[in-house]
Write a protein that binds this ligand. Structure first.
Ligand code: SF4
Length: 199
């Protein structure tokens, strides 16, 4: 999504214009031309801007990812810079130190970008597909719930509890996603529900 490039281009052009005009006013016409020609293109020009949400905590600050490489041309897009989204109502462009270091997460060699499993009896993790991972998770949860669901307590009161599985949800979601996640998991009777922000 290309957006706000005009704002940055405007600032660059305006800055060059003011400096160049000031030089020109003192009679340095050639200097003005050389100065304008020497200005390197701003590093964010020609990048693609994509809005996203900081991954870290439930404040859910808005961020802008800047990437180079046109996916429509079959190129690989690489994120080159991340900053706070000045139009986001939560953070207005600001980021805490963790959010300001997001690019190092993206570039980290140890970042896990696909599901892995350690099968029974194995001493190592192996990569699996997302389909296999989701099927596996659903299968394990269903079997556990079928086996351990508590419909009535000892006094015969309906409780509909499922206490042998839990979910760790992500806090960096929209309110709507969080609401749907909460409703779905609670509707199964699951009691253990937390997220990484612990709020
Ligand atoms: S970790 Fe920092 S930047 Fe990220 S959402 Fe939380 S407060 Fe915002």
């Amino acid at each position: 999504m290309n957006m706000e490039l005009s704002r940055r281009a405007f600032l660059l052009t305006a800055g060059a214009g003011v400096a160049g005009t000031a030089l020109g006013a003192f009679g340095f016409g050639d200097v003005e031309a050389a100065y304008a020609a020497a200005i390197r293109p701003f590093k964010l020009v020609n990048t693609t801007e994509t809005r996203n949400t900081c991954t870290y905590c439930s404040v859910a600050c808005g961020i802008i990812l800047y990437s180079k490489g046109d996916l429509r041309k079959g190129e690989t897009a690489e994120i080159t810079y991340i900053e706070g989204d000045s139009d986001h109502p939560t953070n207005r462009g600001t980021l805490c130190p963790k959010g300001a270091a997001l690019l190092s997460i993206v570039k980290s060699k140890t970042r896990l970008t696909y599901p892995m499993v350690r099968r029974p009896g194995s001493d190592r993790f192996e990569r699996i597909s997302w389909d296999e991972a989701l099927d596996k998770i659903v299968r394990v949860l269903k079997d556990d719930r079928d086996k351990n669901f508590i419909a009535l307590n000892e006094a015969g009161v309906t409780v509909n509890r499922w206490v042998t599985s839990g979910i760790l949800a992500a806090s960096a979601t929209t309110n709507e996603t969080a609401f749907a996640t909460y409703k779905v998991m609670r509707s199964t009777g699951m009691l253990a529900f937390d997220n990484q922000a612990r709020v």
